[in-house]
Design a protein around this ligand. Structure first.
Ligand SMILES: C[S@@+](CC[C@H](N)C(=O)[O-])C[C@H]1O[C@@H](n2cnc3c(N)ncnc32)[C@H](O)[C@@H]1O
Length: 194
């Protein structure tokens, strides 16, 4: 990541600047006083024993709390397309001695996870999905178990867009609570998958 060529690379600089900006906003003492990650994760449907996929973990405000909530029988996969966040959150995981969390450097459209593996995937604070949302939703259909769920904190997303795009990947809206929308997988996109 740090050879001379990559330090001069434009994408590398964009990733680095976005890392510092998002870290400043999402990883500070004030935020931890204003927001309770455990309550937010509970409202997204995170439960003990689940295998959970966190999309766009950023500086990891939710990663360690999610790992604590799923417990020893559960597992959290936190992924981000920005390698600076992946390195930052990986360090946090090691420092806190967390053994049930993996931090993955990947676009959510190509997670590298096995099929039918995840109970719940969640999006929170991801107003822009790199590469677009449609390929990500199709990948979620692949990695989720047959009764898997996807939770959104809507934020700047319109409900209509999310419902329409999720329907194309065989998800239906199952629960609505404040800004949270929970979708249920209806079946595999390609029938040979299930
Ligand atoms: C604003 S941060 C939010 C971080 C965290 N969820 C929070 O609320 O504290 C959004 C993150 O989503 C990541 N992201 C955007 N599109 C992505 C994609 N297609 N795959 C993986 N990560 C993505 C960005 O790199 C960024 O770190």
């Amino acid at each position: 990541m740090h050879d001379k060529k990559s330090l001069l690379n434009k994408d590398n600089w964009i990733a680095r600047v976005s890392f510092w900006m998002i870290r400043f906003m999402h990883d500070n003492i004030l935020l931890r006083k204003l927001r309770n990650p455990f309550q937010e994760l509970e409202s997204l449907g995170v439960k003990k024993g689940q295998k959970v996929l966190e999309i766009g973990c950023g500086p990891g405000f939710f990663t360690i709390p999610a790992a604590n909530m799923v417990g020893a029988e559960g597992h959290i996969y936190s992924l981000d397309v920005n390698p600076f966040f992946v390195r930052h959150v990986s360090k946090k995981v090691v420092q806190k001695g967390v053994t049930n969390a993996e931090v993955l450097h990947a676009n959510a459209a190509d997670t590298g996870l096995p099929g039918h593996h995840i109970d719940l995937a969640f999006f929170i604070g991801v107003p822009h999905v790199s590469g677009g949302i449609q390929p990500v939703f199709c990948e979620l259909n692949r990695v989720l178990k047959p009764n898997g769920r996807v939770s959104f904190h809507l934020g700047r997303w319109s409900e209509e867009t999310i419902v329409d795009e999720m329907a194309k990947c065989r998800f239906e809206l199952d629960e609505t609570s404040g800004p949270i929308r929970v979708f249920r997988k209806l079946g595999a996109l390609h029938e040979t998958n299930e």
